[in-house]
Design a protein around this ligand. Structure first.
Ligand code: SDX
Length: 428
């Protein structure tokens, strides 16, 4: 066993050095406090691994992303979202029988309890769909109390997994319909996952609706690209919440809330709003780049930068290509795409961005593609959640299958030292 030596007040301690299958190394510090009385400190976990995982591999320097060993480029081109969901959750590509069984069971779980339809009456019309999604997923748990049990029954877990993947698309589409005052469209078992979602989003009871296969395939690719990303903010939140043995519904609902933040999944909506602002104000992209560099302003170039990718985000490259294809197929010429491309050019020729390895991330072009598909801006992060759900489930399942302990980080206290209570009358 390789080790590293730590000298604490003259006493030498040996700590194990562990290595992953891709040669990544880490100092195993779980025994550090008991042997030295010390803990580590790493706000934001920039140098801290929270677990050992076999689900997704990222190489930030070389722009590599693999799900269970399969390169994202191959999955995006050759696989389907539900096949990728199976791969992430169960660890291997399914055979035809397993895949057909998985898909048909998901297809038959797309309805939500009729009582849940009433919940939509209570939200304000302008309710942000991420707030609706988080509460509806948590509310699902009230209809399936058996999923609360701490000791997991594999059959029960599989059913909950299929229910979540199936029902999230209905919940999402219905929140859009309700926000427009439109009647909801019920899922159709004759349609595949993406066709069904587009049908529930855009069909009206008054006329026929034909799914555009190019749009549906683009959506399927987008969902694949968003399906997992190892220990990002929302996946870590799902693991943290699930580590208390809260139900999978509760853990996923917490992941939705974490994803909502503009520094994380909420960035795709912010990118569109930023591009719209550039177009409306007619301001040039160089001015936006300068603003993003100005430390006195909190403005950041949304869709740029990444905690892990320090070269390029492979997902951004694929989305940009699909974007061009879909816009060409639909014959739509989106001025925001041209603004995005010139913004990217301006940023990548600026030393501030180059020195800090700030490149377009998955959120930079995805909004333009969602817009081309007809998804409204405030639904963009919901689309991110739809794609990320299998990844969250896989992370939760790995954490529970490995019997990981409840997450409970330590801290360094920097508050007041001991002081005595002062009566109100003596406080001045
Ligand atoms: C996602 O973790 C994941 O895997 C996330 C994700 C996933 O699939 O789950 O990939 C999805 O969340 C993508 C990221 C979407 N967010 C954005 O696009 C928001 C804009 N980006 C940033 O806020 C930022 O880049 C982060 C949050 C993404 C990463 O932040 P880090 O790693 O904590 O880096 P940092 O904030 O320490 O920045 C380092 C430097 C700072 O400048 P200095 O202090 O060195 O002078 O880079 C600057 C930052 O000010 N910087 C930016 C910037 N991003 C970082 N400056 C301008 N514009 C930006 N976008």
């Amino acid at each position: 066993m390789n080790t590293v030596k730590l000298n604490v007040n003259g006493k030498e301690h040996e700590l194990p050095l562990i290595e992953g299958t891709e040669g990544e190394k880490a100092i195993e510090i779980s025994g550090l406090r008991s042997s030295t009385g010390l803990i580590t400190s790493d706000t934001g976990y920039k140098s801290t691994g929270s677990t050992k995982s076999a689900i997704t591999y990222l190489d930030g320097e070389n722009g590599i992303l693999r799900y269970r060993g399969y390169p994202i480029e191959q999955l995006a081109e050759k696989s389907t979202f539900l096949e990728v969901a199976y791969l992430l959750v169960y660890g291997n590509l399914p055979g035809k029988v397993e895949l057909d069984d998985f898909v048909s069971k998901i297809t038959r779980h797309t309805l939500i309890h009729e009582d849940m339809k009433k919940f939509y009456e209570g939200y304000p019309a302008k309710a942000h769909p991420m707030g609706v999604l988080a509460s509806m997923i948590s509310a699902l748990s009230t209809f399936y109390p058996e999923a609360q049990k701490s000791d997991l029954d594999p059959e029960e877990v599989d059913t909950t997994i299929r229910r979540l993947i199936a029902k999230i698309s209905t919940i999402a589409a219905w929140s859009y319909k309700k926000s427009q005052g439109f009647p909801v469209m019920y899922p159709q078992n004759r349609l595949n996952y993406c066709d069904n979602f587009l049908y529930m989003m855009f069909a009206q009871p008054t006329e026929d609706y034909e799914v555009n296969p190019v749009v549906s395939r683009a959506l399927d690719t987008l969902l694949i690209l968003h399906a997992d990303h190892e220990q990002n903010c929302s996946a870590s939140t799902v693991r943290m919440a699930g580590s208390s043995h809260a139900s999978l519904y509760a853990a996923i609902s917490s992941g939705v809330c974490a994803l909502w933040g503009p520094l994380h999944g909420g960035a795709n909506q912010q990118v569109l709003e930023m591009l719209e602002q550039i177009r409306k104000e007619g301001s040039d992209v160089k001015m936006m780049v300068e603003r993003a560099k100005d430390k006195s302003s909190s403005f950041r170039l949304m869709g740029f930068g990444h905690r892990v990718y320090k070269n390029f985000d492979p997902r951004a490259n694929i989305i940009k290509k699909v974007c061009d294809e879909v816009l060409e197929e639909l014959g739509t010429d989106d001025p925001l795409l041209d603004i995005a491309k010139s913004l990217e050019e301006a940023a990548l020729s600026d030393s501030y961005f180059v020195e800090r390895n700030l490149y377009p991330n998955v959120d930079f072009y995805s909004g333009i593609l969602y817009r081309a598909i007809g998804i409204p801006t405030e639904m963009f992060t919901v689309m991110f959640a739809l794609g990320r759900l299998p990844g969250w489930i896989a992370q939760w399942k790995e954490m529970r299958d490995n019997n990981e302990p409840i997450s409970r980080p330590r801290q360094i206290y920097v508050g007041h030292t001991k002081r005595d209570y002062v009566e109100l009358s003596n406080r001045g």
